[in-house]
Write a protein that binds this ligand. Structure first.
Ligand SMILES: [Zn+2]
Length: 123
């Protein structure tokens, strides 16, 4: 009865996120996932050109600035959250969800790298 088809995943043609087979829209960017697109090689629609979310750009910029200034860490995560929210609501007109996550992870990666460097240096 409760046989979940977890092995069957649909990759979003727009952002590349793996979505469960049961959903018709990408859980990440909201792009429509046609279940019949399995045989198609390229799922991209050339007519629609989604633009990059500006929040994503700011998230990346702040993420890159994080090691030099402390405040951008907060902005990178804040902009990243806003980007994901905006992209999800845009119904495929915006992209950059993956980049927004990267922007959010960059400061964390910097902090982790700094901590590891300090640990190695102090030992
Ligand atoms: Zn998607």
């Amino acid at each position: 009865m409760s046989e979940d088809s977890a092995t069957q995943e649909v990759q979003c043609p727009r952002c590349g996120t793996q979505n469960p087979h049961s959903v018709t829209e990408c859980l990440y960017c909201g792009a429509s996932l046609s279940p019949t697109a399995q045989g198609q090689k390229d799922g991209r629609d050339p007519r629609q050109k989604p633009r990059l979310s500006y929040y994503t750009l700011w998230s990346l910029i702040c993420g890159l600035m994080a090691p030099f200034f402390l405040i951008p860490v907060v902005f990178a995560i804040g902009f990243g959250v806003m980007a994901l929210r905006e992209i999800r609501r845009s119904e495929g007109r915006l992209w950059g969800a993956g980049l927004a996550v990267t922007g959010m992870c960059l400061p964390v990666a910097w902090i982790a790298a700094t901590m590891i460097a300090n640990m190695i240096g102090s030992s």
